[in-house]
Design a binder for this molecule. Structure first.
Ligand code: FAD
Length: 436
């Protein structure tokens, strides 16, 4: 063994780094503060509902390269499912209009020429907004790029809010543009909506832990790193309560904790900066008496985008209907029960016309999960605070969706950041790492 890599944080960034490094020449240890790994992308048994749910609905795309590389390494590619075609059903609650955005599979966007496949009411001139996003400079916000009209109201603004988890008037156009370049601009083949067949942990966490166990990497849950001891500009030791883990000259720390935790642990690190403004996400999970039988685009996709309400996406999984509300700081002062009642009415309006039987009028049992610091606020100013992988300390690397991945805070970004940290370990050591 050439050194010991200590990975602090067992979210997807930390697990990605561990998966890349395990089985190589380094000894690998992961320290996770919580009782289980997965961080902000995890499943758990909800006692109130009596079933397992994800902390929040996560939507991925078939063209997320790092996600599929990671799932390939842990043998879990098949655990992500979704429609065979790049279809996105929508409803506009303002006029109850329903449509299915049906993207062309290849790069040529033939879908924009078909009234049946595109956003109703959109003008072709509005597509300039997409080009403007792809060419945006780091100081531009999303609203600077969009042209007013149906394409913006019914697609690009909701897309911006869910991708950036930040409102278009402050959200970074360049970050959204980076996602557009990797998805829409590369054709529908890269935009197939994907989500875990069973749950986030069953796709991203459990197979990774099995893989790490086989490769003899150590994963310690319930192990919170409470301090980082620095001597002469390098990490000398990690403290986990009373336990002190000393670092040898060949050892490395990958700090893969959320931004506020990193800011606390690394307050004295010269040159360190991190985002310090956050946006929340609200998820409401409704447990139905029985699974709804869905028809049309909704049956194909198993989710629907909602425009003109509080709800943004409704996901149907067996008896659970889960609603996502992004950039939810704007609802922080609203009463949660009142919000849930409004959202249930929106769900009925979105689902009933596409189901063989109407949903119950009365609100079913539910669980509201408000992730207060779901992601950093993807504003122009916050994006500038994101640090790179390397730090001024030669044996300290950073990972996490809040580091400078070039993407908003997403699973794809988190996994890329872990991969980048693993590559930096190899670079430090002069070893080659896994092939791309
Ligand atoms: C509700 C919600 C919905 C989302 N929807 C989507 C989506 O649709 N698509 C998408 O791509 N992304 C989505 N995201 C974003 C995605 O979940 C995150 O970008 C990703 O999970 C971040 O992973 P991470 O490893 O960087 O951070 P985290 O998941 O936060 O992992 C950090 C880990 O460090 C641990 N830790 C903290 N302090 C310590 C310490 N002192 N010592 C040891 N361990 C510590 C934490 O417990 C945690 O497990 C969503 C996020 C939320 C919250």
């Amino acid at each position: 063994m050439s050194g010991h890599v200590h990975i602090v944080g067992g979210g997807l960034a930390g697990l990605s780094a561990a998966v890349e490094l395990a089985g190589g020449s380094e000894r690998v240890s992961v320290y996770e503060a919580g009782p289980a790994c997965g961080g902000r992308a995890r499943s758990y048994l909800d006692r109130q509902l009596g079933c397992r749910i994800d902390n929040g609905n996560h939507l991925l795309l078939s063209g997320n390269p790092a996600v599929y590389r990671y799932l390939g390494l842990i043998g879990a590619r098949e655990t992500l499912v979704g429609p065979k075609r790049p279809v996105f059903p929508f409803v506009d609650l303002a006029d109850r209009l329903r449509w299915t955005l049906d993207l062309s599979r290849g790069r040529v966007p033939l879908w924009v020429l078909s009234r049946r496949r595109r956003v109703p009411g959109m003008r072709l001139a509005e597509l300039r907004g997409l080009l403007a996003l792809m060419e945006a400079t780091p100081d531009m916000v999303v609203s600077d790029c969009l042209q007013p009209g149906s394409l913006a109201r019914r697609l690009l603004e909701p897309f911006a809010i869910s991708v950036l988890n930040t409102m278009p008037d402050t959200g970074s156009a360049a970050l959204l543009g980076a996602v557009v370049k990797e998805s829409l601009a590369r054709g529908g083949r890269n935009c197939l909506p994907r989500f875990p067949a069973v749950g986030l942990s069953e796709s991203f966490v459990d197979p990774a832990l099995d893989h790490l166990a086989v490769l003899k990497a150590e994963v310690r849950t319930g192990s919170r790193v409470s301090a980082v001891e620095m001597v002469d500009g390098s990490v000398a030791a990690l403290h986990l309560g009373n336990e002190r883990i000393a670092l040898g000259p060949e050892d490395t720390v990958i700090m893969a904790v959320p931004a506020p935790v990193a800011s606390g642990l690394l307050a004295d690190l010269p040159g360190f900066s991190a985002p310090d403004e956050f946006e929340s996400i609200l998820n409401v999970h409704f447990l139905l008496p029985q699974a709804p039988v869905l028809t049309g685009g909704l049956a194909l996709a198993r989710f629907i985008g909602v425009v003109g309400g509080i709800s943004e996406w409704v996901f149907a999984r067996d008896r659970i209907l889960s609603v996502t509300v992004s950039a939810a700081n704007r609802y922080a002062t609203r009463d949660l029960d009142e919000l849930a009642a409004i959202i249930w009415n929106e769900v009925r309006a979105a689902i009933d016309p596409a189901a063989t039987a109407p949903l119950p009028l009365a609100m079913p049992p539910l669980r509201i999960v408000r992730e207060k610091r779901a992601t950093f606020a993807a504003t122009v100013q916050q994006d500038r605070l994101r640090p790179g992988t390397r730090t001024m300390a030669p044996n300290l690397l950073l990972a996490g969706d809040w580091t400078a991945t070039g993407l908003p805070a997403t699973i794809e970004g988190a996994i890329r950041s872990g991969h980048a940290a693993a590559q930096a370990v190899h670079a430090r050591r002069g070893t080659s790492g896994r092939p791309k």
